[in-house]
Design a protein around this ligand. Structure first.
Ligand code: CP
Ligand code: NVA
Length: 318
């Protein structure tokens, strides 16, 4: 099957040039929205959202992004579709591609979104898997550019679990010119395959240690995420013990750069991976960060939904 559509399953599905262009476009869309100007670039388009895991930000920001650009969305509760009753991804993806202009998926195994990508003739957007969370990191880059003018040359320290968010940061560092210092407990480092893929491309710009102080030294951004991700609830108690010493608190922030900002993809567990004092403090930009899910995803949606050639359009063309 010839592929004419583009997906966003991982950061590296975009080129560095596309990331820069989309960041610029997203910022412009945000400014226009704030000025009261209204865009209609996705008029007539409709996306579906299929989420096997909970979500506040991703779901609402995608749905609102569609509406603000003149389009619409349908939240497909997996429990009430035939997918839950065992209809194959191959069939579901081909059927939904006849109705929808794109699908946002949130699920467990990353192979599931790859399977959807294989069968769907419309763009598939990864709204989080166990492996990656690319929309989060794209929108976080938007926040960084907004706050620090550029991501270029900055040092971002990631403290905590080498999870889906950390993996997407590694992919971002493999494409874009910034330094990434990760501090993770032993056995909780980012995915080995993703690190290997990043390989030479991050040489000299990626540091992994078990030492949060070392990681945050001189950092422009200190980033953290929960110690137990969705699907790891049974490991929670053990992880709480293992991750003591990896909390982003005021003492750790003293070692960071003078103008360091604190980011967290949310939801946060104040008192665990981040102290309440830091989460609520002047260095924290977590709510601006959350807001930018909306503006960044507008850029992603415009790019993906307006550049692909839907099969049905080809079929009806004379
Ligand atoms: N950060 C994030 O993806 O939040 P939700 O789980 O609420 O979508
Ligand atoms: N790492 C977290 C991110 C939530 C947005 C999780 O997967 O649960």
């Amino acid at each position: 099957m010839k592929k004419t559509k583009r997906d966003f399953l991982r950061l590296t599905d975009f080129t560095a040039g596309e990331v820069d262009a989309l960041l610029k476009r997203s910022l412009a869309l945000k400014k226009r929205w704030k000025k009261g100007l209204r865009d209609n670039s996705l008029a007539g388009k409709c996306i579906g959202l299929i989420f096997d895991k909970a979500s506040t930000r991703t779901r609402v920001s995608f749905e609102v992004a569609m509406r603000q650009l003149g389009g619409s969305s349908i939240y497909l509760d997996p429990g009430t579709t035939q997918i839950k009753r065992g209809e194959s991804i191959a069939d579901s993806a081909r059927v939904l591609s006849r109705y929808l202009d794109g699908v946002v998926l949130r699920t467990f195994d990353h192979a599931i979104v790859e399977e959807w990508s294989r069968w769907a003739s419309v763009p598939i957007i990864n709204g989080l898997t166990d492996l990656l969370h690319p929309c989060q990191i794209f929108c976080d880059l938007l926040t960084i550019v907004e706050k620090k003018k550029t991501y270029r040359g900055l040092k971002l320290a990631y403290v905590g679990d080498g999870n889906n968010v950390a993996n997407s940061w590694v992919e971002a560092a493999s494409m874009l010119d910034f330094s990434l210092a990760l501090a993770c407990p032993k056995w909780y480092e980012p995915d080995a395959h993703i690190l290997k893929e990043a390989g030479e491309k991050v040489k000299g710009r990626l540091m992994i240690s078990q030492d949060p102080v070392e990681a945050v030294r001189g950092a422009d951004i200190v980033y953290t995420d929960v110690w137990a991700s969705m699907g790891q609830e049974e490991e929670r108690e053990e992880r709480l013990k293992t991750f003591q010493g990896y909390r982003v608190d005021a003492k750790l922030m003293q070692k960071a750069g003078e103008n360091a900002l604190v980011m967290h993809c949310l939801p946060a567990h104040a008192g665990e991976e981040i102290s309440a004092e830091v989460l609520e403090g002047p260095q924290s930009i977590v709510f601006d960060q959350a807001e930018n899910r909306l503006h960044g995803q507008k850029g992603i949606l415009e790019f993906l939904l307006r550049t692909y050639q839907p099969q049905r359009a080809q079929r009806t063309k004379r």
